[in-house]
Write a protein that binds this ligand. Structure first.
Ligand code: ATP
Ligand code: MG
Length: 412
């Protein structure tokens, strides 16, 4: 019988809501079994977190899988506190971890088991400082390396933390900030090498780690991780997903509706596929007809995917540009994105024209320009073709055009 798939709820999916990715899982499992440290590289919403969660589920009989989310952390002490906390569900490890922080628990009335995870976290953070986090972190790694099963430590959103550290304070990317990041990443690297074979580390995040480190001249601190490029779904997987979602919700896709939806997206980022289906579902529910045809796809795409719902999703792509680019560079970056959305392709000649207008050569030398384009490619905005740069995702292109073309004068 054909598979039915439940729609995604919340951020990530695993188990019965997880679709496809069989080959990625096979390759990553092999790498993990070989003891490799891995860095999952992909643009936003490709399903990195879901893939890690699903892997953790599938490998949990052979590995102790720890999932560490550094989304909110901005200093190494917080990261170490979080690392200690993720041991909590694994009793033998947690017992050892507790002993490591024994001095801190003495101040917790009623004992550590009596208080909530949140409170333990606060206490742990309070007990760590710039003088002791490294030693405590080393001890934690030593505990992991002695565990009965090998450990797979998944660290999500490390790039967000690193980016925050690099730009801490008002001075931008200062020498001191770079030094702090170097210290933290070198500490992680040292432990990954020391405990190779016992602890595997898998890194990921919603912004690229390599471009962030590259800007600080620190790319070498991750050269012991094998990059794994997580690609969009191929059209067959995306179509299968749409069909399985429809089957669960008892929607009938008429004629070539699925094919048309997949073509419309072009680049099938799993989240966009799910979003498109959610639009179909709501549309069918409202009109109380659970059939959807190919002729209805374009309209729904325009009104819903590029409408309010899409807008909320896509705003994030715009906001996060300011994480990477200095304030002075943003107008040029945005002009390049708008030009490409409006004309379809960004040539070198137009790039230089835009630089003249928005920055001047002195304000943005050739290397800085290349770095910008590198980041835009790495993070899934652009891809390079013979004729110039084009958008990787039709949805992002169409949304960007809709949001910005009104007051824009095209150069090409
Ligand atoms: N394998 C999958 N099966 C079904 N849906 C998926 C799958 N992977 C991702 N999705 C969809 O994409 C959404 C985002 O997934 P996830 O949070 O794992 O992506 P991410 O790459 O970690 O995103 P971010 O870049 O924001 O960290 C999910 O809520 C789900 O709708
Ligand atoms: Mg994620």
């Amino acid at each position: 019988m054909d598979r039915k798939l439940r729609q995604a709820q919340g951020n990530w999916v695993d188990g019965e809501r997880f679709w496809g990715r069989e080959v990625d899982i096979r390759i990553l499992t092999r790498l993990v079994d070989d003891g490799a440290h891995i860095s999952i590289v992909a643009q936003r919403r490709m399903g990195k977190t879901s893939l890690m969660k699903e892997l953790a589920r599938l490998l949990s009989d052979r590995y102790i899988c720890l999932y560490l989310d550094l989304q909110k952390e901005s200093v190494p002490t917080d990261a170490i506190a979080e690392l200690a906390l993720v041991l909590k569900p694994h009793n033998p490890l947690w017992e050892k971890g507790k002993r490591l922080f024994a001095n801190i628990w003495q101040s917790v009335s009623g004992g550590v088991e009596e208080v909530s995870c949140g409170e333990i976290g606060i206490k742990l953070r309070a007990g760590l400082d710039s003088g002791n986090w490294m030693d405590k972190g080393d001890e934690l790694f030593r505990i992991l390396s002695k565990s009965e099963k090998p450990v797979l430590l998944m660290i999500d959103e490390l790039p967000l933390m690193v980016n925050r550290m690099l730009r801490a304070g008002d001075g931008g990317m200062t020498r001191e900030n770079i030094r702090q990041v170097d210290r933290f990443m070198s500490w992680l690297r040292k432990n990954s090498i020391e405990h190779q074979g016992k602890v595997r580390i898998m890194l990921s995040g919603s912004i690229g780690l390599e471009p962030v480190l590259h800007q600080a001249g620190l790319s070498a601190v991750i050269n012991n991780y094998q990059p794994y490029d997580l690609k969009p779904w191929d059209h067959e997987s995306a179509a299968g997903c749409l069909t399985a979602l429809a089957s669960y919700e008892e929607i009938v896709f008429d004629d070539h509706a699925v094919l048309r939806m997949v073509e419309k997206l072009g680049c099938c980022i799993p989240h966009h596929v799910q979003l498109f289906f959610a639009c179909v579902f709501n549309y069918c529910m409202h009109r109380r007809v659970m059939h959807f045809s190919a002729e209805e796809v374009d309209d729904l795409y325009e009104t819903e995917m590029l409408g309010f719902r899409g807008h909320a999703e896509m705003t994030h792509y715009e906001e996060r540009l300011s994480m990477y680019f200095e304030k002075e560079r943003l107008p040029l970056v945005k002009a390049m994105l708008t030009e490409t959305a409006v004309t379809g392709v960004l040539t070198r000649a137009v790039i230089l024209e835009l630089r003249e207008e928005y920055a001047s050569q002195a304000g943005c030398p050739d290397e800085a320009l290349d770095e910008m384009l590198r980041i835009l490619q790495h993070d899934g905005y652009f891809t390079k073709k013979d004729e110039g740069y084009v958008y990787e995702s039709n949805l992002l292109r169409d949304w960007w055009r809709k949001a910005h073309e009104e007051f824009y004068t095209r150069r090409a």
